[in-house]
Design a protein around this ligand. Sequence first.
Ligand SMILES: Nc1ncnc2c1ncn2[C@@H]1O[C@H](COP(=O)(O)OP(=O)(O)OP(=O)(O)O)[C@@H](O)[C@H]1O
Length: 613
Amino acid sequence: MGRRLHRGGRHPRGAPLAGRRVRPARRGLRGGGDGVRLFLRLLGFLRPYGGRVALSAALGAATVVSGVGLLATAAYVISAAALQPLLGELALAVYLVRFFSVSRAFSRYAERLVSHGLTFRLLQSLRTFFYARLEPLAPARLSGYRSGDLLSRFVRDVEELENVFLRILSPFVVAVLVSLLTFAVLLPFDRTLALVALGFLAATGVGVPLLVRRLSRGLGRRELGLRAELGARILDGVSGARDLLAFGREGAEKQEISALDRKLEGTQRRSALVAGLQESATETMTGLALVAVLVLSVPLVAAGEIEGVWLAFLALVVLGSFEAVAPLGTAFRSLDRSLSAGRRLFEVTDAEPGARDPEDPLPPPEDHAFELDRVSFRYEPAGPPVLDEVSLRLPPGRKVAVVGPSGSGKSTILALLLRFYDPDEGSVRFGGQDARSYAADDLRAGVAVAPQDPHVFAGTLRENLLVADPEADEGALRRVLRRARLEDFVRALPEGLDEYVGEGGSRLSGGERRRLAVARALLKGAPILALDEPTADLDRLTEGELLSSILDPGQEKSLLLVTHRLVGLEAMDEILVLDAGRVVERGTHAELAGAGGLYNRMRDVQNGMLATA
Ligand SMILES: Nc1ncnc2c1ncn2[C@@H]1O[C@H](COP(=O)(O)OP(=O)(O)OP(=O)(O)O)[C@@H](O)[C@H]1O
């Protein structure tokens, strides 16, 4: 399949490099209202855990309330003891001090237990959601993203979302509860006092965070973006290290990575500055609130409206309750990051898959006749047509080859066969029914494909083969290795089938990788065998051997061979010659070889090159 190399500057269509979105999934999740919608959507992930969320918030509030209670009752006991009352009169207060000290420790522990358990469940459901949504998007909608960027979304951005609960929702609920409770405790003493305390709590819980949000606007998004870009760049650099070294670009690459790193450091420094400002603003507000409470209550004590023994109690109630509003600044900073993470995540998951399963799919096809009926297709709505009114019939047992110059659309036919995409016009049919009536997985089960650029998993040869059929026994593995002309190669390996092939099959040659893909496709034993350039990296001798062994897939099986090497095509029932997405010739080798068209010209060029080689 035509591969795009997103390196060195800009995306072919002018979109900047570095893991940026190529295909906007859902526009308009940007403004303030959309931020609210996005936040609510993120909160939706908490819905199944409603009970735990409430319990955790209640325990969080109980922790702060116990803290305030401990401070305030202790202050009362000390003040009252100084006035030397009868010990019995203090019994309740002393009991409360003990109670609050135990309940504070207990509720803190229980709150951590519940909230972290909840967070792990939340992360688990986010990961499952993300992966489940990602799978149908591959490969059609993911080719625009760099793997490092996707990895960063999948790992870091998902982890960032734990803050939606831990640092945003829960602290917010606790702050509201504690502020109202503080107001209720102070109200019987003096209305103004209660209102002033509430005012300070609100100013600290809302004013400081708003200021923080203003100062840190965009910082979270920038930081996540830079991190993803850095990750993608490093991953790209490591996988392309050989080429960078060969072109002497390693120094330049290092400089670009350092420049990104410096930018990230700058953003993080700014975040730290805002965090520092936030903390000092909160401290200042707490101090001012304490002074205000004393300024208001001392005259009340002097006037005898409040007993002196309550003075320290009031001051410490207010002081303690700031513990509930202090985390709100951090919550607002987290909000920016969490919303950016959510946006980046949904950007990927909201993309329309290349082909969508019907609501009520037909049962898997029993007849595996594959057909393209005047199919036209383009990858991008505004892009050039890649296939233009292409028709092809592949009934069971038939062998069809698709040949043509590079970029003529050959591999795209395989992408339609695997239903990675649906056509724009015309229809793709299986057993006479439109492919859109089936679930894509059911169609794929009937096709064994060896792609042009096969993925070899970092594991052993055996593991790579078993991807096609996990139940296959040793005999079946040996048989497909023989047919793919890999048997001698495997026999010569010290570990045989258990030899480690390296990441992406880096310890295999190009031709060995390709033959491994062919063996894998043969092992699947599906009714349709589709091979994309199976012999491209092979010498002529191995090519001939491989072709003679695979061109007969068996009576009932059909074969679709995509190639630009016009070798072994005498064995095919039909050959389609594609040029710029159109079928310009079709027929058997004998018919086309004498026709004087593109097929013949391609053969002449190929034979001429072989003769001079
Ligand atoms: N995922 C994609 N997104 C956008 N354009 C694509 C994509 N894949 C392929 N193309 C374009 O579609 C056209 C046909 O590509 P295709 O891979 O089908 O050609 P091909 O005939 O198999 O070429 P080759 O022989 O070089 O493999 C090319 O111009 C290619 O650049």
